[in-house]
Ligand binder design. Structure first.
Ligand code: ASP
Length: 320
């Protein structure tokens, strides 16, 4: 419920142009498709990334208050491939450690003529707050608490589209810790916007997100039932850092009931694809044989992350 209170309205200007990317809720389908289209065009026929001058002379700052491998590095690579200057702000050794208020740090960085800020923070809604109060720059949400992770969902949509172009006909299962997953929340918005009518959320009761239930979203606690004949399986990590000690499930038991094994994968369609935003925990939510099998597109998702982040930056640069 909490995420519904966080509004993305400031990401569009009065004329409807995208000036920040905070979340996918409320983002018109045409804009979502435009991002996917731009990202596709940044990949050549062999899936290799192109380069661009779109952000020549612009500066991008990465502010990651939470750990990250994929998102942080692909944002950095995307900015560089767009010809921007990039700084990875060393938050552990910044003035924040001397009790500087976050907004003072942000104003200070803006005074260094930064054009775009990529922000990951454990507090839901923090990038939205910054976007509201720091004028003349673009804010890209790289994951805020349990709320949203828009570029991850966009790269997920691009990855699905590369294998299964007809969103309307798809059955998509999202399995695991849905309660704490900002990825799942953003994916659900994106899938709905793209017209997917069979979205299945598979999770134990304690990790389910019942409030998402609607005509097009069904909730399952039985994984075998939920996986039946689906086209896409998105697996999620147990996000223990967001759970109280007592809420953390027993990993072995969890794997028995919700781990994606080769046996379970057979319940989905023969050509189903397996996705995971990473980091993967082998033997907890996914078996190694599945993570590394031909149906897994986990590493392709990583490459697509660069194309998506380049595309979003190009659109924001154009609208700034
Ligand atoms: N990397 C994703 C995120 O930052 C998923 C995860 O951490 O499990 O939300």
């Amino acid at each position: 419920m909490k995420q519904n209170l966080i509004s993305n309205h400031v990401q569009l200007d009065e004329s409807g142009k995208l000036i920040h990317l905070l979340g996918l809720e409320g983002l018109p389908k045409s804009q979502l498709l435009d991002i996917l289209d731009k990202a596709s065009n940044l990949l050549d026929n062999n899936g290799n990334l192109k380069k661009s001058k779109a952000l020549d002379d612009m500066s991008v700052a990465n502010l990651f208050f939470e750990p990250s491998t994929r998102t942080r590095n692909t944002f950095e690579i995307a900015a560089m491939r767009n010809s921007a200057n990039v700084i990875n702000v060393d938050l552990a050794n910044s003035a924040l450690k001397k009790n500087e208020a976050l907004m003072d740090t942000m104003h200070t960085l803006k005074a260094m003529q930064i054009d775009m800020f990529v922000i990951r923070h454990k507090q839901s809604g923090l990038p939205h707050h910054v976007a509201q109060h720091l004028k003349g720059v673009s804010i890209l949400n790289a994951g805020d608490g349990t709320n949203a992770h828009p570029t991850q969902a966009l790269l997920d949509m691009l990855s699905i589209h590369q294998h299964k172009p007809n969103f309307k006909d798809l059955s998509v299962a999202i399995v695991g810790d849905i309660t704490h997953s900002r990825v799942a929340h953003s994916d659900i918005h994106a899938l709905k916007t793209l017209g997917v009518t069979d979205i299945r959320l598979i999770a134990p009761k304690a990790l389910q997100h019942e409030s998402e239930r609607c005509d097009t979203v069904r909730c399952f606690s039985d994984m075998d039932l939920g996986l039946k004949d689906c086209d896409v399986i998105m697996v999620l990590r147990l996000q223990k850092e967001r759970m109280l000690e007592a809420e953390i499930p027993n990993e072995q038991e969890y794997f028995e009931n919700y781990g994606l094994t080769s046996e379970r994968l057979k319940l989905a369609k023969k050509d189903a694809i397996v996705m995971h935003p990473g980091p993967i925990n082998r033997g907890v939510e996914i078996d190694s044989t599945v993570a590394d099998c031909d149906q897994s597109i986990i590493l392709q998702q990583v490459t697509n992350g660069i194309a998506i982040r380049m595309a979003v930056m190009q659109i924001l640069a154009k609208n700034s």
